[in-house]
Design a protein around this ligand. Structure first.
Ligand SMILES: [Zn+2]
Length: 311
């Protein structure tokens, strides 16, 4: 009930407002026609427009402060349903002519050219992938250098997101140890810790979109490398939310146990453009929203103060 009301609100809001978020390019925030203006987000990560205030920025963002299945969260070992990558139907089209790479102000995003993820018997179409720095999900309480979000949408307008941690190549040894612990085995694919070619290629031109609202064409992108890495690992599954306004819930999260890598030079180059764009970790799914706890705490304190004054 609440979900459908929220969806109606969101659809109404998306028709009139241009937001840039994890849901950019989906039904929540349709992308402008190709060659059109790159819309820049109206939210941010610090101060008045930061995550503590997202709900106050727009009535469509209520879930950011009240939702009880919000993302990101701490991915604690053994808590989540595990889906082996080899059991997941995932395809992503290569982009031999390159792809549009946009600076949305709140992230940098690659507009993809086809790809599908089949989950829960439903097929989701890949819309885009973008980056957070540092990671939004935590690996057993630990933040990683970056996180890539691959955003998919179904014909029924449901959203699925694959989240993948990105480490700096120098961290390879530590990451490999963590991966083995999570998986209980030695993984194929990214275990070398070598920089991921896709990321090195995408970020080779990130300095050309240093200004929010700008775009550039990437060199040709080969996606099979990342697909193979994802398939050689596993996904931790949970139902959460967009990590950006409007924080809509019902998002099918697939947080990969894989690691992608960037060279230290590429990390620095990406950081200089992306800056800080990570929402603070949310409460365990099903528990009250952290902002509600804090609001209730303040209200209780105010009542107690008034009682003390009367007494
Ligand atoms: Zn995201």
């Amino acid at each position: 009930m609440y979900g459908s009301t929220l969806k109606a609100l969101l659809l109404a809001a998306s028709a009139t407002r241009a937001l840039a978020s994890c849901a950019h390019g989906t039904f929540l925030q349709p992308r402008a026609e190709e060659g059109g203006e790159v819309k820049v987000g109206n939210f941010g990560y610090i101060g008045r427009i930061g995550p503590l205030n997202w709900a106050a920025l727009d009535s469509a963002n209520t879930a950011c402060a009240t939702g009880t299945r919000q993302s990101p969260i701490d991915m604690v070992d053994g808590v989540f349903e595990i889906l082996q990558g080899s059991d997941v139907e995932l395809t992503v089209n290569d982009m031999p002519d390159g792809a549009e790479f946009e600076n949305l102000g709140t992230t940098v995003e690659v507009v993809t050219q086809g790809g599908t993820l089949t989950a829960n018997g439903k097929t989701f179409e890949l819309q885009q992938f973008h980056f957070h720095l540092p990671s939004e999900h935590l690996d057993n309480g630990t933040s990683q250098a970056m996180e890539m979000h691959m955003v998919f949408q179904s014909a029924q307008q449901e959203i699925a997101v694959i989240g993948v941690y990105i480490n700096i190549a120098d961290q390879a040894a530590a990451a490999a140890a963590k991966r083995s612990r999570i998986m209980g085995r030695q993984d194929a694919g990214a275990s070398s810790g070598a920089p991921t070619t896709l990321l090195e290629t995408v970020f080779s031109v990130v300095d050309q979109i240093a200004t929010p609202g700008t775009r550039v064409k990437t060199p040709p992108l080969v996606m099979s490398e990342v697909v193979d890495i994802l398939k050689a690992n596993a996904f931790q599954i949970y139902s959460g939310s967009l990590t950006t306004p409007p924080c809509s819930e019902g998002v099918n999260w697939h947080v990969s146990t894989a690691r992608l890598f960037v060279s230290p030079q590429t990390f620095t180059k990406a950081r200089d453009v992306i800056g800080f764009n990570s929402r603070f970790p949310q409460n365990t799914p099903g528990q009250p929203n952290i902002l509600m706890i804090s609001a209730l705490g303040s209200a209780a304190a105010a009542v107690q103060a008034a009682v003390n004054q009367v007494a």
